[in-house]
Write a protein that binds this ligand. Structure first.
Ligand code: DHB
Ligand code: FE
Length: 285
């Protein structure tokens, strides 16, 4: 059977991608950001996942106000890096896993979550920056990726509770796949940031660190937090953090297994307008 072996959580600031692409990762401003991922880069080389189920948000790149899927699963064979205004990032195309994605879609929809099926879309910094942070600059991404886009841009957004339950359905789906696959689930976006209005530039270190504590130790309780708390405490774009609850909901302890092992915890301010957070949790086998 396929199994979820670990979850990875990370912010996705576009300027991080630009810093890497333009050879600036060792400059004093960026060096401490990238240093937080040195452990993860080594760890993932040893883990060798076959597939990453990558929960992220599109930023009006593939989707627009014309249509706004709350949850969209990529079932295609490949995805091109998006042009977000400065040309597409010079990163490899993303190879999908249509068989596993189609199986997850079938299982999760029959488990009462209404997903939108996407066979063709471009993927923006929300997906490519986390890959760059964990894999650096390879010729080709070393594994398949199933993009899973969540609407956290245009209200109404899904609740943390719904996201946490969806993660549990994704775990059931992966474990019922007939095939021996090492699957990781990533939750991306956040942490505190606000890009607009009078509170632009807002960062809330105390709140972010409490979020990390609770995500590790008591995600079921954290999942009860209403969306308005994210916006008040972590800024309008801090709502991206609900996506971390999808990944956390897919870990074994939520289904009665042992607590996962915390392999990495990192927090850094500033990176562009955003507080960067990063966790790695490994399931006990
Ligand atoms: C920034 C952060 C984001 O999450 C995003 O989508 C765009 C910009 C920033 O900090 O600049
Ligand atoms: Fe974002």
């Amino acid at each position: 059977m396929a199994r979820i072996t670990a979850s990875v959580y990370t912010s996705h600031v576009p300027a991080i991608g630009a810093a890497l692409d333009l050879g600036k990762s060792q400059e004093p401003y960026w060096q401490p950001v990238f240093a937080g991922y040195d452990y993860g880069k080594q760890w993932i080389k040893e883990q060798k996942p076959d597939v990453i189920f990558l929960v992220y948000n599109d930023h009006a790149t593939a989707f627009s106000l014309d249509f706004i899927p709350t949850f969209a699963i990529g079932t295609g064979a490949e995805y091109q890096p998006a042009d977000e205004g400065w040309g597409p990032r010079p990163v490899p195309k993303v190879m999908g896993h249509p068989q596993l994605a189609a199986h997850i879609a079938q299982s999760v929809i029959q488990d009462d979550f209404d997903l939108t099926i996407v066979n063709k879309m471009d993927v923006d910094h929300g997906l490519t920056v986390p890959l760059s942070l964990m894999f650096g600059q390879p010729e080709a991404w070393p594994c398949a990726v199933i993009p899973f886009a969540v609407n956290v841009v245009q209200y109404p957004v899904p609740s943390g509770r719904r996201c946490f339950q969806l993660g549990q359905a994704i775990r059931r789906a992966v474990e019922s796949f007939d095939g021996d696959l090492n699957v990781q689930i990533w939750g991306t976006g956040g942490m505190s940031h606000q890009l607009q209005g009078p509170r632009a530039g807002l960062i809330n270190k105390e709140w972010d660190n409490a979020f990390l504590d609770r995500l590790i130790a008591d995600p079921a309780d954290l999942a009860q937090m209403p969306h308005i708390d994210y916006v008040r405490e972590a800024g309008s774009e801090g709502i991206e953090l609900v996506m971390w609850l999808i990944a956390r909901g897919a870990m074994s302890d939520v289904a009665g297994g042992p607590a996962p092992e915390l392999k990495q915890r990192f927090y850094h301010v500033p990176a562009s307008n955003t507080a960067v957070g990063h966790l790695i949790l490994e399931n006990k086998q």
